[in-house]
Design a binder for this molecule. Sequence first.
Ligand SMILES: NC(=O)c1ccc[n+]([C@@H]2O[C@H](COP(=O)([O-])OP(=O)(O)OC[C@H]3O[C@@H](n4cnc5c(N)ncnc54)[C@H](OP(=O)(O)O)[C@@H]3O)[C@@H](O)[C@H]2O)c1
Length: 340
Amino acid sequence: MQTRTLGTTGPRTSAIGLGCMGMSALYGATDRAESIATIHAALEAGVTLLDTGDFYGMGHNELLINEALRTAPPAHREQALTSVKFGALRTVEGGFSGYDGRPEAVKNFAAYSLQRLGTGHIDIYRIARRDPAVPIEETVGAVAELVKAGHVRHIGLSEVGAHTIRRAASEAPVSDLQIEYSLISRGIEDEILPACRELGIGVTAYGVLSRGLISGNWSRERQLAPGDFRSMSPRFSGENLDRNLDLVESLRRIADGKGISVAQTAIAWVLSRGDDIVPLVGARTRRRLTESLSALDVTLDADDLDAIEQAVPAGSASGDRYPEAQMAHLDSEQRPQGEK
Ligand SMILES: NC(=O)c1ccc[n+]([C@@H]2O[C@H](COP(=O)([O-])OP(=O)(O)OC[C@H]3O[C@@H](n4cnc5c(N)ncnc54)[C@H](OP(=O)(O)O)[C@@H]3O)[C@@H](O)[C@H]2O)c1
């Protein structure tokens, strides 16, 4: 397995990480046995980074990772790194009701996550969305205290903009920013990625397949279960979906020419953007995992990259990457103003 280091202070990890969210939430029906088998197969293949959030299935995802690690061979278990997001507040009905980044809340979230994961420590801990009511320094400072106490190894950030990254990094060392980055979500390129590079912060990129949309495995006919994130996503609806799938067909022509799949092309493209970027793939089955890990064997030369750029130019996606209400929680999409 190829490896990459997350920033100047972060851990060395497999060049591709496994995002476990879809094994518990947001992408329709889940299969516990196949989820565990997928995590085991990933560890067996040398994947060391497992990404989760305490709110993915309200603890379900952490308990799933606990079971997978407990039943994995010790050598694989010992190599695994847990990357955990916290801060999202849930309702009994399963809704989302905001974020809490107060120091006492951070420590409370961590106490529950440590119990559910059963790993003794969390490798990278990050608030999922900045809490606008709490200065980022206070939230990051609380995670830094958890590091000091040995409960957490590294501090991460998620979906924050350059200004917040700078403030956070001035409080404590930050290993990586987790943020959406793909052929059709390139918003980080102007300011956020340069800021991370200047500060020695790595990137764990999620949505590299745009939640399946640019995997080559999506179709207009696909039926979505109630509650599937994609049934509310602007990019998966109406004419936006038609236009986005046209982009995928352009990409498919390039992939076919190289004898690889569209998903492999999209993941290899993210890998090609720099050694400081680690794509998280959201494979939920061993089949999808095998396909996505094969992206590590793909080389995209300058001609390939030019052809991909022409097929899917920056900014060519139709529709925002989140529904409007969720876009408002993305510090990464806001301009700094009147902040605390
Ligand atoms: N920080 C944040 O705000 C944030 C937000 C979202 C996610 N994340 C993290 O990032 C991880 C990855 O995000 P994501 O799940 O949206 O990523 P993704 O890899 O873009 O999408 C995953 C979806 O693509 C489909 N797919 C089709 N072909 C695939 C292939 N060859 N390999 C893998 N998946 C394929 C899968 O659905 P089917 O198998 O059903 O077709 C799967 O549900 C998450 O698990 C989570 O840990 C973080």
